[in-house]
Design a protein around this ligand. Structure first.
Ligand code: NAD
Length: 488
């Protein structure tokens, strides 16, 4: 089980209900100190093979349980995660670099809620039935779990996004092999310790740790894994699509974004500014739904910019375990460099950096000097074609530009390859509906951000993804439908 070697935390794969050591390990860093603090299994084909076998063996019994039995187990797991909320939050913050406040209030409560939500929703699906009276027959549909689901998740919201996949997959009666990001594996490993207590039979949830290239690809290519639910970058999704194509696998792909906020001159700035700061910089800007292009109508542009930058400067960056800190550490040294480079490129193109990177000084406690920190950064005077306005940066960087008309801003907001989330700020209800309808975006929030009803579809258009997740959508993805006709 839990092993400590030279004060390092050593994780093990969880296969068939047992913790199993791996022959080789990867270093995992604490992003706020830059120190290696954990060893993560470097699994490959062999480990994935064992996990898929365990999941296949567990499928007949798990899939034959009633939705109510499965629901009770999911609720128990939610209770256990909630009971250990503080320990999970501390671990997530240390492993990912996010603030303890964010982990306590967003990541871990949502991980527990994912199980509770699907425990409830699985009880309420109905299948369809139609009658063809003149032909003397009725038709109805049945839904059944598919088999072993392969689940691959990213590092930004580790347990939150992993459980968003595990919960619907097992609620529907599938068994799973999951592979969390190699950079943030600790909370998934902690959750494995709760599965037996919750009543999850051995082999229903298997977790294999390791890199995408080795463990992830072995899972994607395994012939006995008919469906893959993936959240991560568009580039990796292309690779997964190619690798899974020979097997004709069912894919759900939740990918990156380049999300616009459109702020009209009748917006309530007292609501809009604090929310747009959150939508730009929450979780260090490492949320696929974060705003990174802010279009402000010319009449309020100067006022918005002045107030927005003044507020951004108040966000405190530092030790993630300090509850007064707003911005923690970025996930890795490489990622920090990548995000910084975007700011440098923008400057080289003639853009102005109004606060943050290269403008203000970071003030870090002595223990965090080697951590991967960056201040909230606001860029302006940047062209729509610039890489900062086109590519996903995935850090605490946002661009602010003016616009004149509704028609113009819709075109500019849609002028990227992504289509995940957009926000629209206006007091004019007609305009809000008009703009929301025309934005190429899977989600549009108006006069708010990140308010989610898990019943409704979540997902992106264009390069932001294929498929949707949510109560009904996840149910449809994780089940196979059959149409039966009865002639009487
Ligand atoms: P990533 O694509 O590098 O990795 C995601 C996962 O895929 C990791 O577990 C990784 O190990 C695995 N992986 C990598 N290569 C693989 C391969 N060849 N085969 C199988 N698995 C492979 O993404 P990331 O850097 O971890 O996460 C950031 C990205 O995720 C951003 O683009 C962000 O927008 C996106 N994201 C999207 C959503 C959403 O719901 N749309 C949510 C969160 C993050």
């Amino acid at each position: 089980m839990m092993a400590q070697s030279k004060a390092l935390l050593v994780l093990e794969n969880f296969i068939g209900g047992k913790f199993i050591p791996c022959s080789s390990y990867i270093d995992s860093y604490n992003p706020s100190t830059g120190d290696v603090y954990c060893k993560v299994p470097d699994s490959g084909k062999e480990e994935v093979e064992a996990a898929v076998k365990a999941a296949k063996d567990a499928f007949p019994i798990w899939s034959s349980k009633s939705p109510l039995e499965r629901s009770q187990i999911l609720n128990k797991l939610a209770d256990l995660i909630e009971h250990d909320l503080e320990a999970f939050a501390q671990a997530e913050s240390k492993d990912q670099g996010k603030t303890i406040t964010f982990a306590r209030t967003v990541d871990i409560p949502r991980a527990a809620y994912n199980f509770r939500f699907f425990a409830s929703s699985i009880l309420h699906h109905v299948t369809e039935c139609t009658e063809m009276a003149t032909m003397g027959c009725v038709h109805y549909t049945l839904r059944a779990p598919v088999g072993v689901a392969g689940l691959i998740s990213p590092w930004n919201l580790p347990l939150y996004l992993l459980t968003w996949k595990i919960a619907p997959a097992i609620a529907c009666g599938n068994t799973v092999v999951a592979k969390p990001s190699e950079m943030t594996s600790v909370t998934a490993w902690m959750m494995c310790k709760l599965l037996e207590k919750a009543g999850v039979p051995h082999g229903v949830v298997n977790i294999v740790f390791g890199t995408g290239a080795k463990a992830g690809e072995a899972l994607v290519c395994h012939p006995d894994v008919p469906l893959i639910s993936f959240t991560g970058s568009t580039l990796t999704a292309q690779r997964i699509t190619e690798k899974s194509a020979p097997h004709c696998k069912r894919l759900s792909l939740e990918l990156g974004g380049k999300n616009p906020a459109i702020i009209f001159d009748d917006a309530d700035l007292s609501q809009c500014i604090p929310t747009t700061l959150r939508s730009s910089f929450a979780n260090q800007g490492e949320i696929c739904l974060c705003t990174s292009r802010i279009f402000v109508q010319r009449g309020i542009y100067s006022e918005f910019l002045k107030r927005f930058v003044a507020e951004a400067k108040k966000w405190k960056t530092g030790n993630p375990s300090d509850p007064t800190v707003d911005v923690g550490a970025l996930i890795s040294k490489e990622h920090l460099e990548k995000v910084r480079n975007y700011v440098k490129k923008a400057q080289a193109e003639g853009a102005r950096v109004l606060c943050g990177e290269g403008v203000d000084a970071l003030d870090l406690p002595p223990g965090n000097q080697k951590g991967y920190f960056m201040l909230p950064t606001v860029i302006t005077e940047v062209k729509d074609e610039s890489c900062c306005m086109q590519e996903e940066i995935f850090g605490p960087v946002t661009c602010v530009v003016p616009f004149d008309t509704e028609e113009e801003v819709i075109k500019r907001a849609n002028g990227v390859k992504y289509g995940l989330a957009a926000t629209v700020w206006s007091g004019n209800v007609g305009r809000v509906h008009r703009v929301a309808r025309r934005l190429q975006s899977g989600l549009v929030w108006t006069n708010c951000w990140l308010m989610r009803d898990l019943n409704l579809p979540f997902g992106g258009m264009k390069a932001s993804g294929i498929g949707r997740e949510g109560a009904k959508d996840s149910y449809e993805f994780f089940t196979e439908v059959k149409t039966i006709t009865i002639k009487h």
